[in-house]
Ligand binder design. Structure first.
Ligand code: NAP
Length: 309
């Protein structure tokens, strides 16, 4: 049986390591502060934000949730971000995506001060990632590295294949793997013979957004497979196909009317991989954990040398 890369366990370890760092900051004068901006009433975003706020509470991080209405303008949101940039006790600013269509999301993300950009999306921090300089790293890719390292999966010298080239997952994940001395291939929708390229990977990262697309023929026997995909399936036939009519899974589907599926075929990966991250319970829990790491690190930097990124 392959090893399961248990994201819940790694998340708990990371949280336990953060607690004394938060306590030390409180001793020094104040807790770390995270501001979360949630525009409008996007149900999935509201759940993500609630989980982030709850994790802050568990760790003793001060969180502030700002909920402007759906019809906010770009100028109004820019003013709000600028006010958060100026506030001393706010170490991290997170603007929950997606933003409503009338808001220029790129301008908003550019307006967040790079030193408070705990999502690691600002071009300044993307540049720091490429240059290998310390700065907040994008949370999900940073979580992938923690998941591998803390499960004893060696990265240096390995062939790593990343499927997906988004700015928030694929590209930064590939760059982090490169910094860990893997030989990295990035694939996308125009990559010819994707299964053959994926089969070269000792480490295979799937960040595509297509339920169960990575089947056995994409997986090198014994590879470590990291499944980033979070796909909510509400079609019973599709769920039955992906879960091979598993009675347990279909009962869960019938109860909720949907099921969460990764980008990797959940049965094939067990047969072929040496280690794999399940969905749920793999990469997902680490995204919030790494947001907390970025917030605490930002507070440490700002409370030591104010104004330095
Ligand atoms: P995205 O921006 O839609 O990017 C998807 C990438 O997959 C693109 O680069 C696309 O290629 C590639 N792709 C699509 N179809 C393909 C195919 N048939 N063959 C090869 N490549 C293909 O998605 P994302 O934001 O990176 O997210 C990817 C997945 O991760 C989603 O399921 C998302 O929900 C999940 N996610 C999970 C977490 C977490 O915390 N667990 C966090 C973020 C994202 P092109 O560039 O050529 O179009």
């Amino acid at each position: 049986m392959p090893r399961i890369l248990d994201g819940n366990r790694v998340r708990d370890d990371i949280k336990n390591e953060l607690k004394p760092r938060v306590d030390a900051l409180i001793q020094k004068g104040r807790p770390p502060g995270l501001a979360v901006v949630l525009v409008g009433s996007h149900p999935a975003s509201a759940i993500y934000v609630r989980n982030k706020i709850k994790t802050c509470h568990d760790l003793g991080i001060r969180s502030e949730s700002i909920t402007p209405p759906d019809n906010i303008t770009t100028a109004e949101l820019l003013a709000l971000v600028e006010e958060l940039n100026q506030r001393e006790e706010i170490d991290g600013i997170l603007v929950q995506l997606p933003l409503p269509p009338q808001v220029d999301a790129k301008r908003i993300l550019l307006a967040v001060s790079p030193e408070k950009d705990v999502d690691g999306f600002h071009p300044f921090n993307v540049g720091a990632l490429v240059a290998g300089l310390p700065a907040p790293r994008a949370c999900t890719p940073a979580g992938i590295i923690e998941l591998l390292k803390r499960n004893g999966i060696g990265i240096a010298g390995k062939r790593a294949v990343v499927v997906g080239r988004s700015d928030i997952v694929g590209k930064p994940a590939a760059m982090l793997l490169l910094h860990e001395h893997a030989t990295v291939t990035i694939c996308h929708s125009k990559t010819p013979d994707l299964p053959a390229v994926c089969r070269e990977g000792d480490i295979l990262v799937a960040a595509i957004g297509r339920a169960g697309m990575i089947t056995g023929d994409f997986i090198k026997p014994g590879a470590a497979v990291v499944d980033v995909g979070t796909n909510h399936i509400d079609n019973r036939e599709q769920a039955a196909r992906i879960f091979r009519n598993s009675a347990e899974k279909m009962a869960a589907f019938d109860k909720k009317g949907s099921v969460l599926v990764g980008d990797v075929d959940p049965f094939d990966v067990v047969e072929r991989a040496g280690a794999y991250s399940p969905v749920p319970g793999g990469v997902g829990p680490l995204t919030i954990a790494m947001l907390m790491v970025n917030t605490v690190s930002s507070a440490e930097r700002r409370m030591t040398v104010p104004g330095i990124c």
